[in-house]
Design a binder for this molecule. Structure first.
Ligand code: NHO
Length: 357
């Protein structure tokens, strides 16, 4: 039995608890036991014999019986449990990411969809990798790229088996996938760029401020994560990223002001689209990883309508690996956003650790 401690019980964390709960109630001998939960204000720890929390009432229990969040006591409790323990970081906190070396020191394995530890400071990234190897702890973060799609596991398998990675490229943002799949197509109804961003925002596909999607940082983080896995020390500050937020709208105070002003740029985006469409092409926002040279980048491109990225639907992601063994690329495609598939990626990582401990 593997102990689980969950930090972050928002959209993804709550969905993960539902998935874990179904697994636990349907298995006579479940693999996992959730013994600790924490959000930014409260934490709920099990008893001194580390028995499972009652998952059917976790929300009420956390708010009614929870004590003030304290990362040190949370981690100490988890690390003192007698069987292997995994800490799951479902936050987007840099502070929690900075604590991974401590988690490893305390003997914990880590699973997370939080991109910060793998795409921020290179020193932190290396420290985590070195410590994990030294202490023989596992760190899995499949959901940091392509939600639950098997992107990192595929890349790891290619690297381990000594295939030579020539290029990785893809549509890595569910939000930007949706926006350009809707905006830039050769047939069907044509809508204005600002209208599509508005619909995406109203449906909860974008961040509360859509500039946080359109500035490319989320895609850049994913490119850095993949690049570092290939062994290339890429960093956010050296990666060329095309920010498609019009310059004059970047300093506006609120998302509401941004949305209202975006209409001024409909003509600009329409022009780009018409130019592409006239050549039987569509616009797509892509990330490119160049493990051999220095051509990794994040940018808006025009692609032929016969390109695999042009046929994408909804908020799907698509990732293409060109390697020595796969000169005709190995392509992974499917739902790349949303709580259900993100939690699935986390859940499948838990099994990878339980199989190895
Ligand atoms: P929420 O809903 O804001 O929840 C965050 C939780 O963390 C809350 O319980 C909060 O109290 C707690 N928390 C924050 N700071 C804390 C601290 N210092 N100590 C303790 N607790 C703290 O966030 P989400 O949406 O549940 O996201 C959680 C993590 O998953 C983030 O790192 C996020 O980047 C990652 N993630 C989320 C999604 C998603 O569906 N929401 C996806 C991938 C990764 O594939 C998904 C997606 O849509 C990707 C993207 N939007 C795209 O491609 O367009």
């Amino acid at each position: 039995m593997v102990n689980i401690g969950i930090i972050g019980v928002g959209l993804v964390g709550s969905e993960l608890i539902s998935q874990l709960s179904a697994h636990i109630s349907q298995n006579g001998t479940p693999t996992f036991k959730v013994i600790a939960l924490m959000n930014s204000t409260k934490q709920l720890l099990g008893n001194s014999s580390y028995s499972s929390l009652t998952l059917s009432s976790w929300k009420n229990d956390l708010s009614a019986k929870g004590t003030t969040s304290n990362l040190n006591s949370f981690i100490n409790y988890l690390s003192e449990a007698p069987t292997p323990s995994i800490v799951i970081d479902n936050t987007s906190s840099q502070e929690i990411a900075d604590s991974y070396p401590l988690f490893i020191e305390k003997g914990l394995h880590i699973v997370t969809p939080n991109k910060k530890a793998f795409s921020s400071d290179l020193k932190l990234y290396k420290e985590i990798r070195e410590k994990a190897a030294e202490k023989r702890r596992f760190i899995y973060h499949e959901s940091t790229v392509g939600a639950g799609l098997p992107v990192l596991s595929t890349l790891t398998d290619l690297i381990r088996t000594k295939d030579k990675i020539i290029k990785i490229e893809g549509i890595f943002s569910g939000t930007l996938s949706y926006i350009f799949n809707e905006f830039s197509k050769l047939d069907g109804e044509k809508k204005k760029f600002s209208e599509i961003v508005k619909i995406a925002r109203e449906n909860g596909y974008t961040e509360p401020d859509p500039r946080d999607d359109l500035n490319g940082l989320d895609v850049a983080r994913k490119v850095v994560i993949l690049s570092r896995l290939t062994g290339k020390d890429l960093s956010l500050d050296t990666l060329p990223v095309e920010n498609i937020v019009p310059e004059s709208l970047r300093t506006l105070d609120s998302a509401t002001e941004f949305m209202a002003s975006l209409t001024q740029y409909d003509e600009y985006f329409q022009k780009l689209n018409t130019t592409a469409n006239n050549d039987q092409q569509v616009l797509r926002y892509i990330g490119v990883i160049d493990p051999i040279g220095d051509k990794s980048e994040v940018k808006l491109v025009s692609l032929s309508s016969s390109h695999p990225f042009a046929a994408l639907k909804g908020s799907d992601n698509i990732i293409s690996f060109t390697t020595e063994r796969f000169p005709s690329p190995l392509i992974i495609q499917g739902a790349g956003a949303g709580a259900a598939v993100t939690a699935f990626g986390i859940f499948s990582d838990l099994f990878k650790i339980s199989d190895r401990t």
